[in-house]
Write a protein that binds this ligand. Structure first.
Ligand code: TYD
Ligand code: MG
Length: 458
């Protein structure tokens, strides 16, 4: 009889080992193994053939697909258009949704707001803050909903007993890392504890048909703690992100069993809570009247939403032997690559200069179509020649200095047109199948950096 009472588990990927190991053989992280106590004892036979002793009459049985009732799939509409959009059209009954994000980004605010504005009973479970703290936050949001119940408890059995009695329309858990199940001995926040608590909540959600939102912390590496474990258990994973120094917040879908993962929600953090931003472009373009060098507007698409974003570059003569490079909202390595392309293919002397790059609103942009705006902003600052404010850009830049086509070009052009731009620079390879006469905006095409240079700065 083998008694497995203690195991060692990786806090990063959840792999287990009988002994402590310095480097996880699964994810390659160092020093992530912690000891965990499992109190279940199983015999060797039970472990090898667990189905042998099972009662064939008990438990679920296979059902032919046509016999399954579609059931009540009526989604619960959140009082928040952005959240509904990200979830794929509302909250699915009995679903388990994980919302991750860095501390202080606004996860508790987002979900408390949902709880306050929803028209049904909501149970908000907090293991992190006291009732008074939550009350103070509700005061800031400016809502005192009588149907919003606060429970400060961390024991899952007690929480679920209360939840069953209250029978709310939605349960919010703030946060999964503070919960502990009495069936497991390890510390709250440990891998087995998080897994067990999430599992209990999932079973409760499925059985009661009450949707549950889990708030999850992010580890210092930027992933949701125990993410690999939770990602399998939950139905949807949302990530709340943004730069702490700016007010914009983006809610991204990482996984969604009930909708697309291309959706994106945008919020602005204000003194009285989060405000939805249905029209991001209008905010991400700075309202300035005069033409200043170093600024260019990119027609990007994040998720499925076109967004016009201003990029700003400052290129100034370096006083150090190693010039400085800094970027907010953009990958520093990609900036380095674009500078190398400009240097090698267009002969522009960035190596003597410090380069600072800023994306408006502190929003992180992954869309490669922002490249053309960035190199235009860089050249504009270097040459000190302003780009007229009626021009925007949408193309990727390749390593040999070629201007590459990007997806959904028509959507980008339409958005630029809608916002009153009169010229858009795109790749000449994007022209295929595009009828420029259909748009009320001048479409200018470029194939190489030199052509862009000629058109704007020569
Ligand atoms: P919080 O929701 O506690 O973040 P998280 O749960 O992700 O850790 O709030 C984060 C920040 O938001 C906090 O620093 C204060 C700020 N805030 C506002 O600016 N306006 C508000 O109305 C509220 C409630 C918070
Ligand atoms: Mg919080």
């Amino acid at each position: 009889m083998a008694k497995v009472k203690k195991i060692f588990a990786c806090t990063n990927c959840g792999a287990v080992a009988p002994k402590w190991v310095g480097k996880c053989p699964h994810c390659g992280e160092w020093n992530t193994y912690v000891e965990e106590v499992i109190s279940r004892e199983v015999t060797e036979e039970e472990k090898r053939r667990p189905w042998k002793g099972a009662d064939k009459k008990a438990g679920a049985r296979p059902v032919p697909l046509p016999e399954i009732q579609a059931g009540n799939t009526q989604r619960l509409l959140a009082p928040d258009g952005e959240l509904n959009r990200v979830l794929g059209g509302g909250i699915v009954p009995g679903s388990l949704v994980l919302i991750g994000g860095q501390p202080g980004i606004g996860k508790s605010t987002l979900l408390l707001q949902v709880a306050l504005h929803l028209k049904t009973k909501v149970l908000y479970v907090s293991g992190e803050e006291s009732d008074e703290q939550i009350k103070m936050r509700a005061d800031r949001i400016g809502e005192q909903a009588a149907h919003c119940y606060i429970l400060t408890e961390t024991n899952t059995t007690k929480i679920l007993a209360q939840a069953e009695q209250l029978d709310p329309g939605l349960i919010i858990i703030d946060s999964i890392q503070t919960l502990s199940s009495p069936h497991i001995e390890s510390m709250p926040g440990s891998v087995s504890q998080v897994r067990e608590c999430a599992g209990e909540l999932q079973r409760f959600a499925k059985e009661s048909n009450i949707p549950v939102f889990l708030i999850g912390h992010i580890t210092k590496e930027g992933s949701i703690a125990g993410p690999k474990l939770l990602e399998h258990i939950v139905d949807a994973v949302l990530q709340f992100e943004g730069d702490q120094n700016y007010t914009y917040r983006i809610l991204r879908t990482i996984k969604n069993r009930f909708g697309s993962t291309d959706e994106l929600g945008i919020y602005e953090m204000q003194a009285s809570g989060l405000r939805e931003v249905p029209n991001p472009s209008e905010l991400l373009l700075s309202q300035k009247d005069e033409d200043l060098s170093g600024s260019a507007v990119a027609a990007t698409i994040e998720g499925l939403r076109p967004m016009l974003i201003e990029t700003q570059a400052l290129v100034s003569r370096s006083v150090y032997s190693a010039p400085q490079r800094s970027a907010t909202g953009f990958d520093l390595r990609r900036l380095g690559m674009l500078l190398a392309v400009l240097e090698k293919r267009a002969g522009l002397p960035f190596f003597q200069n410090d380069v600072y790059l800023n994306i408006a609103g502190g929003i992180r942009v992954d869309d490669p179509a922002i490249d053309l705006a960035i190199i235009s902003a860089l050249i504009s600052s270097l040459e000190d020649i302003a780009i007229p404010t009626n021009i925007c850009f949408a193309a990727e830049v390749g390593l040999s200095g070629e201007i590459r086509a990007v997806n959904r070009i028509e959507q980008r052009i339409q958005e630029a047109n809608r916002l009153g731009f009169t010229e858009i620079f795109i790749s000449k390879y994007n022209l295929k199948g595009l009828d420029p006469r259909r748009y009320d905006i001048r479409i200018r095409t470029v194939g190489k950096i030199e052509e862009l240079f000629q058109a704007l700065f020569a």
